[in-house]
Design a protein around this ligand. Structure first.
Ligand code: SAM
Length: 329
């Protein structure tokens, strides 16, 4: 058992498996600086703001850590309790939670008893219903970390998935949120020039960005506006063609463009139209992220975009979304 330096953090992330595996890994690397383990645990020396994480759900500040073997037995657990006592933790309204990865991991001890024993080494008062502070004992088959929960993600994307207007090619809200996290890490002006029903706008507005959306189809502009109104969120939305939208359309330049280019069952794939859009919007922001079902690499290179990362998100076997994260300079 060892005591960690005060700058060590452990993040709980969705397990990087299945269709969204690449996106989960990419979000973890960009936000926390490190890849998650196959169990969905990321350790990092830095504390990142994960309130708006799409696949990152919580971060704890590690106070004590070690091999899970070392607390497999009574003597090891007693040592852990003693060490926790030595930390001199004090908190009003705290609770202790035992978190397992994998969730169904079998334990040879009574987890509630362990949580109670840990709680007995912390000064202050326990509040299991509305704790002001949570202390976690996070266990995996190989490691344990004891620490204080710093932040949990707001998970607002869950509500946005129930927006009143969607279309067959609408993005899932969680993917839209991850795309924003992969592109822009601070406040600024965000443009979605092919906004459809406004999934990216909803997420961007919720994340505190100044958000601007355009679509060629006025019905989509209406749907975006309705969706924003439904959640009480603000964005400027207009009917406009992304092939000739300019900084004057919304009175200024942008910090990032994030858009889901036209594709899907109801839309005809049109390479020339996509190329026009790419050529036109490149001058509007220093960063741009595009989603498409086709490989845009050579088109992006033709127009001077620097591709930083490509993330694959399969929906079905024959329908794969590709996310191109680029710098425009
Ligand atoms: C894949 S959909 C966007 C879906 C959107 N992300 C959502 O979650 O609802 C692409 C959108 O591009 C729009 N579109 C097609 N051509 C366009 C153009 N030249 N300029 C602006 N929008 C265009 C379509 O009307 C469609 O709403």
């Amino acid at each position: 058992m060892e005591q960690m330096s005060s700058t060590e953090y452990v993040y709980l992330v969705a397990k990087p498996i299945g269709r969204e595996a690449e996106l989960i890994k990419a979000e973890s690397v960009i936000v926390t600086g490190a890849k998650p383990s196959e169990l969905g645990v990321t350790t990092s020396g830095t504390l990142a703001d994960i309130k708006q994480g799409a696949f990152i759900s919580s971060v704890i500040k590690v106070l004590i850590s070690g091999d899970s073997e070392s607390i497999d037995n009574q003597i090891g657990r007693k040592k852990l309790y003693r060490k926790i006592g030595e930390l001199g933790l004090q908190s009003h309204n705290f609770c202790v939670r035992l978190i397992k990865r994998p969730k169904k991991m079998k334990l040879d001890f009574d987890q509630f008893k362990v949580a109670r024993n840990i709680g007995a080494r912390i000064g202050g008062s326990v509040n299991l219903n509305q704790p002001a502070t949570e202390f976690w004992l996070l266990l995996t088959p190989n490691n344990f970390w004891f620490g204080r929960l710093e932040t949990s993600a707001d998970k607002r994307w869950v509500q946005f998935n129930k927006r009143p207007h969607t279309s067959s090619s609408s993005l899932p809200a969680r993917i839209a949120r991850a795309m924003i996290n992969l592109t822009i890490q601070s406040n600024g002006r965000l443009l979605d020039p092919c906004c459809g029903t406004g999934t990216i706008l909803l997420e961007g507005a919720n994340m505190g960005l100044s958000v601007f959306g355009a679509d060629l189809n006025p019905k989509m502009v209406f749907a975006s506006q309705k969706n924003l109104d439904h959640f009480g969120l603000m964005a400027t939305v207009a009917t406009a063609d992304a092939r000739n939208i300019s900084h004057q359309t919304f009175d200024g330049m942008f910090d990032a463009i994030i858009t889901d280019l036209p594709y899907g069952f109801a839309l005809v794939a049109d390479t020339e139209r996509d190329r026009h859009i790419l050529a036109n919007v490149r001058h509007l922001a220093p960063k741009a992220t595009f989603v498409s079902t086709r490989n845009l690499s050579s088109d992006l290179e033709d127009f001077g975009y620097k591709i930083k990362r490509i993330v694959r998100i399969p929906k079905y076997d024959h329908f794969v979304r590709l996310v191109f994260i680029t710098n425009t300079k």
